[in-house]
Design a binder for this molecule. Structure first.
Ligand SMILES: Nc1nc2c(c(=O)[nH]1)N=C([C@H](O)[C@H](O)COP(=O)(O)OP(=O)(O)OP(=O)(O)O)CN2
Ligand SMILES: [Zn+2]
Length: 117
């Protein structure tokens, strides 16, 4: 199996309003997010690629247009946890690129959430 990954960065604010008031993440705060998209294929295409990294530019445009320097509570349906963000980006990518195998989202240098069906 071949696997490729590409990383995307954006900055955004959010507030996890479903958490108790004394939870730090119930307060308005922000993160420098990292999104990693992974694609997998048993065989390479004629170019020797799982998929051309350049094709993934559409995700950069989507992130820049809808997520970068936005308030995620206004963007996401439901809580903007890293898990929900990973699933959201997985669904967006899988609808375009059937080789999509997983999406990982980091909110802080120490945390990663992954959606891998
Ligand atoms: N499973 C999840 N837990 C938490 C999420 C999440 O999306 N999924 N999100 C948050 C906060 O939004 C934020 O990410 C804070 O994370 P946390 O690691 O708790 O914060 P710190 O960087 O301040 O951690 P320290 O260990 O104190 O440095 C919370 N949990
Ligand atoms: Zn947060």
């Amino acid at each position: 199996m071949f696997r490729i990954r590409k990383e995307f960065h954006f900055s955004a604010s959010h507030q996890l309003t479903h958490l108790p008031d004394d939870h730090q993440c119930a307060r308005l705060h922000g993160h420098n997010y990292i999104v990693v998209v992974e694609l997998a294929a048993e065989a390479l295409n004629a170019d020797g690629f799982v998929r051309d990294y350049h094709d993934l530019k559409a995700l950069k445009i989507y992130i820049d247009d809808h997520f970068d320097h936005r308030h995620l509570n206004d963007v996401m349906n439901g809580p903007s946890t890293a898990e929900n963000m990973a699933k959201h980006f997985y669904d967006w990518c899988a609808a375009r690129w059937p080789e999509t195998s997983a999406v990982l989202v980091s909110e802080t240098p120490k945390t990663w959430a992954e959606y891998r069906p």
